[in-house]
Design a protein. Structure first.
Length: 191
């Protein structure tokens, strides 16, 4: 399985051999079925993962059952409830598989040990956090300043093939609108 892990990372990440071997050594292959959670809201996370196959969403669930999709994560990216993990507190959101998925799990304690042994990983973490912060900042701007039509246009640019992979309800949730409004928006954009 180690070679499979290595090949999974190699497809998406170009690391020096030593660092690639270090990451492979602490990763564990796992499958997650569609609709199951990698991390559930309220759970104190102790792991993160690299997505090699499938889609995930970060989703908040209101006490009335309404869902709000914070983000959609595709192959070649890391998933985690990082702030909850580093502060050892319950996650405010769930990380749900939108398709049958395959991941390489990394235990948080192993990750900390790795970062302490090799400064490469601190620099890598900064890159990942900068990317995540930039995505978060862009998303907040879109939700606060743009109308649903413009958010949908940006969504299609950011995720060109995703409409074939997820339900309209999830896309509506990501856009911050009701499914009925999304249906009207789609009809309007195609006319």
């Amino acid at each position: 399985m180690e070679n499979d892990n290595k090949n999974s990372f190699l497809r998406y990440l170009s690391f020096p051999d030593k660092e690639l071997e270090e990451l492979v050594a602490i990763s564990k292959y796992n499958k997650i079925a569609k609709s199951n959670c990698f991390i559930c809201e309220g759970q104190v996370p102790r792991k993160m993962a690299f997505v090699t196959k499938g889609l995930f969403r970060y989703v908040y669930t209101h006490e009335n059952g309404n869902e709000f999709t914070k983000n959609i994560i595709a192959e070649g990216n890391f998933i985690s409830s990082y702030s909850a993990m580093i502060f050892n507190m319950p996650s405010y959101f769930s990380i749900e598989a939108l398709e049958d998925a395959e991941i390489l799990e990394i235990d948080y304690k192993d990750w900390i040990d790795l970062k302490e042994r090799n400064p490469f990983w601190n620099a890598f973490l900064v890159q990942i956090l900068e990317k995540a912060f930039s995505i978060k900042e862009k998303r907040e701007r879109e939700l606060l300043l743009l109308d649903a039509e413009k958010r949908y246009e940006i969504f299609i640019d950011d995720f060109p093939t995703i409409e074939k992979r997820v339900s309209q309800q999830i896309i509506a949730s990501y856009l911050g609108i009701q499914p009925e409004s999304f249906s009207r928006l789609k009809r309007k954009s195609r006319s």
